[in-house]
Design a protein around this ligand. Structure first.
Ligand code: GLN
Length: 313
């Protein structure tokens, strides 16, 4: 098998949960007011392999908004439809070394978003998704993220409205990008589609299956559906390795060694090509916006399940 024996994985996932369940450091984001109201004690882990097996423990029935983790899958969608080079003309693949919502990062690059995993690059990526109207773009995004998950995903209307009322900063970023000619459609409509994509509800199993689809060359290992091409998976994972954990991505690769994406509601998905994905949900975040318990649990499972992509054995 690609992971250790079934019972060993079950045991190690349970161990990861027990080891870190009492860690209570970190803080929830409150710039999106609805996210600050979520129970900080929620904790869930799911591991999905490329053969369709899923192991899970904890608050696995709790749904949460996907937030920035959507950036990885919308980037894959854009690359699949437009080709890597067309997307790369608009969005680079290097780390900014700055927080995900940095305006300075845009200024330092004369308006060229450095990577798709920070807000400037993600807004640009969303603007590139094919569609005659913003409604069509949104529909394709929702359908594609649903195909990655293997079930139809819905928007959390309360979180969507909460962010839509308080996302002045993303509106500023999108308009700054428009001023540099990087977004050539209505920037406020782009922010609206982006805010919806961030408000899609997932549970930890959805995230693990979405990640396992990237690990499996774009084929959802549970449904068997082809979502994107193997080349797109390779390119998306490279972008995740560089920037998926924001300005902490180098530290993360050094300690854990798996391309991963975090979101501000407390989700993380980490993807080992050819093997599978680990997803976690735990709301309290570190300074960069990465879930504290999630990082610890994935680090433990990387070591014990042999998922570090840099390890030769
Ligand atoms: N919707 C959030 C935002 O744009 C996503 C950020 C995140 O998850 N880090 O600010």
């Amino acid at each position: 098998g690609v992971l250790p024996d079934w019972d060993d994985v079950e045991r190690l996932v349970a161990q990861a949960f027990d080891r870190y369940r009492d860690r209570d450091d970190g803080a929830q984001a409150d710039y999106i007011p609805a996210l600050a109201e979520v129970d900080p004690n929620l904790f869930a882990i799911a591991a999905a392999d490329v053969n369709g097996g899923v192991h899970k423990i904890g608050s696995v029935d709790v749904s949460f908004t996907i937030q920035s983790i959507s950036k990885a899958f919308v980037y894959a969608l854009a690359c699949d439809r437009l080709g890597r080079d067309a997307v790369r003309d608009r969005v680079g693949v290097d780390n900014t070394g700055l927080p995900f919502d940095s305006v300075m990062a845009i200024e330092l690059q004369k308006g060229h978003p450095r990577n798709p995993m920070v807000n400037a690059g993600a807004l640009t990526t969303t603007s590139l998704v094919p569609g005659e109207t913003f409604g069509e773009q949104w529909q394709l995004i929702r359908e594609t993220l649903s195909a990655f998950a293997g079930r139809e995903l819905q928007v959390d209307e309360q979180v969507y409205r909460s962010e839509a009322l308080t996302n002045q900063r993303n509106r500023a970023i999108a308009q700054l990008l428009e001023s540099y000619g990087r977004i050539d459609v209505d920037p406020l409509e782009v922010v609206d589609v982006y805010t919806r994509q961030c408000s899609l509800l997932v549970d930890v199993t959805d995230l693990a299956v979405m990640g396992a689809t990237l690990a499996d060359g774009g084929v959802n290992p549970v449904t068997g559906a082809t979502v994107v091409s193997p080349d797109v998976c390779r390119d998306t994972l490279a972008a995740l390795a560089a920037s998926g954990m924001y300005e902490r991505s180098g530290e993360w690769l050094f300690e854990v060694g798996i391309p991963a994406k975090s979101g501000v509601s407390g989700g993380i998905v980490a993807i080992t090509p050819g093997k599978g994905a680990i997803a976690t949900f735990a709301p309290p975040l570190d300074e960069a916006g990465n879930s504290v318990r999630g990082q610890l649990a994935i680090g433990y499972l990387s070591r014990t399940l042999g998922l570090n992509v840099f390890a030769s054995a």
